[in-house]
Design a protein around this ligand. Structure first.
Ligand code: G1P
Ligand code: ZN
Length: 544
């Protein structure tokens, strides 16, 4: 095997964000750019030499080329075996499943999640550790530091490998095993949920649902699980063929980007259940007839009803939610006498709690829900969990959620995003808020009395690591909150996220339209941060 040592120079800005290194495809296509980041992974993860590496991505533009580059480099860096999803495909939760199941030394996942794909769009890469989860900050930081010092990387000169046929081939001294990307994951799902009950629900013929794969990675997973293993009618999965540009869509399952699906749930004849997942299969949106389940409520409802699913029949250990996620789950934890954790934004912060067995379920307001079955959030898992609940409880989605609100109260919730804002203006806005913090507690903003105001910091209860500057929180008496933070996944300017939550205990007031009910708080949030004067934006670009 002739290892080729290629001279290189460090690139600025290869620090991973909320979820790996995410840039425009054109940035990744610069000579040596991807290679440098990958070499930094091999240099900092010594056990990959002689070990097993899992590799796959969401199938977006540049996925195949990147897989081939990484495979050559893996072989040249002494990796013993690479497990690669057929066609270069692995959804993010499936990659996590495979990393864990085969006790590998970690995985490289190629994805820019819900960001659009194509030659002028986004690409991304991240390293997941042997627990199957996204690299914790210390690991990402070590990789980043290494990218600043590289002067060469290792690769092989070999013809392109066939990624489309299942089976093992050699690449230099390394074995490349092309695996079925769906089977291990589908088996895991079958072990967690009551497939017999769900099969009966579909066989009955009255339950009407659609799953929108948004031309992204979950198509083959959803067809296998819903249509083959569970017997849902053909056509239940929409947009099920993964495309490199996601059919020019924005593969983000929310009310703004999955409009076609949302429309199918409207009216007296609307679907009973509809769901969608994102580019790499880790996000989910849950809809009932004329009903949208906020991701924060979804986490709380799953937690309160977890015992209905065989995989959680003995109850759950604890619950965690990211800081901006609504406090609906906290109320369930309190009622069930469970521990509840508030972590910074990003799935990596759940890893230690899951590994230590302190939590079973966790979630983020950004359409992310998951459990200890893998170490990533998991779109189809959430969808199956919901169908399992509907089959077991024999209630509609709306009935299930309203029953939940009656018991626990309703946390009205919305997120307003201001995208591609001038980066300096966004940073100044956050500084302005931070300066206000000490003076806020005890003051009144409209009808709301400020109870606390801080810049969220988190000490990991397992390893004691500290993460600061995780978002500005303004908390009011009675449980309402405004949270501000800047996105760590964007590739253009800055994205300001404003998260708003207000609590309503009275069931007679649970049927208000969210934006209307939250109007006073929305106006307070805009004024406090001087959003329009500082960013020139009168209205958010995306409301979820
Ligand atoms: C966003 C979400 C966050 C999620 C991440 C990866 O990050 O807000 O909850 O973990 O994508 O899917 P952000 O752009 O806000 O940094
Ligand atoms: Zn994603």
């Amino acid at each position: 095997m002739d290892v080729k040592i290629v001279a290189t120079r460090p690139f600025d800005g290869q620090r991973p964000g909320t979820s790996g290194l995410r840039k425009k495809v054109k940035v990744f296509q610069q000579p040596h750019y991807l290679e440098n980041f990958v070499q930094a992974i091999f240099d900092t993860r010594a056990d990959l030499a002689g070990g097993v590496l899992v590799l796959g991505g969401d199938g977006r533009y540049y996925n195949r080329q990147a897989i081939r580059i990484i495979l050559r480099m893996a072989a040249a860096n002494g990796v013993g075996k690479a497990l690669v999803g057929q066609g270069g495909i692995l959804s993010t939760p499936a990659a996590s499943c495979v990393i864990r199941k085969y006790e590998t030394q970690g995985g490289i996942i190629l994805s820019a999640s819900h960001n659009p794909g194509g030659p002028d769009e986004d690409f991304g890469i991240k390293f997941n550790t042997p627990n199957g989860g996204p690299a914790p900050e210390a690991v990402s930081e070590a990789i980043y530091e290494r990218t600043g010092k590289l002067d060469s990387y290792r690769t092989l000169e070999t013809p392109d490998l066939d990624l489309d046929h299942i089976g093992a081939v050699r690449l230099g001294e390394m074995t490349v095993e092309i695996i079925d990307p769906v089977a291990d994951y589908a088996d895991l799902m079958e072990s967690l949920f009551d497939f017999a009950a769900i099969r009966r629900l579909f066989a009955d013929g009255t339950f009407r649902m659609r799953f929108d794969a948004m031309h992204a990675v979950t198509g083959p997973y959803a067809v296998e699980l819903l249509e083959r293993r569970l017997g849902a009618p053909a056509g239940t999965v929409m947009n099920g063929v993964p495309l490199e540009d996601f059919g020019q869509g924005h593969p983000d399952p929310n009310l703004a980007h999955a409009k076609e699906l949302v429309a199918m749930t409207k009216g007296a004849d609307g679907l009973d259940f509809a769901a969608a997942s994102d580019g790499d299969g880790d996000r989910n949106m849950i809809l009932g007839r004329n009903f949208f389940v906020t991701p924060s409520d979804s986490l709380a409802v799953l937690a309160a009803n977890a015992r209905q699913a065989p995989g959680y029949k003995d109850g759950i250990a604890g619950i965690a939610r990211s800081m901006p996620t609504s406090q609906a789950a906290d109320r369930v934890a309190e009622a069930l006498g469970l521990e509840c954790f508030e972590t910074p934004t990003g799935w990596k912060f759940f890893g230690n709690l899951l590994d230590a067995g302190r939590i079973t379920l966790c979630g983020e307001e950004s359409f992310g829900t998951g459990s200890d079955h893998v170490r990533e959030k998991d779109g189809l898992w959430a969808v199956l969990f919901w169908i399992n609940l509907l089959a077991a409880r024999k209630l509609s989605v709306a009935e299930l959620v309203k029953e939940h609100w009656q018991r626990f109260g309703r946390n009205y919730y919305t997120r307003h995003d201001y995208e591609a804002v001038d980066a300096q203006a966004a940073a100044d806005l956050m500084d302005h808020l931070r300066r206000l913090l000490p003076g806020l507690p005890g003051t009144r903003l409209g009808d709301y009395q400020v109870e606390y105001a801080d810049d969220f910091a988190y000490t990991d209860p397992i390893d004691g690591s500290r993460s600061e500057g995780q978002g500005v929180r303004v908390g009011f008496q009675g449980g309402s909150r405004i949270v501000y933070r800047l996105s760590g996944t964007g590739t253009q300017g800055a994205t300001l996220r404003v998260y708003l939550e207000f609590f309503e205990a009275d069931a007679a007031r649970h049927d208000q339209e969210t934006q209307e009910a939250m109007r006073p708080l929305i106006l307070i949030a805009r004024e406090l941060a001087q959003i329009e004067t500082r960013t020139g934006r009168a209205e958010p670009d995306v409301i979820t």
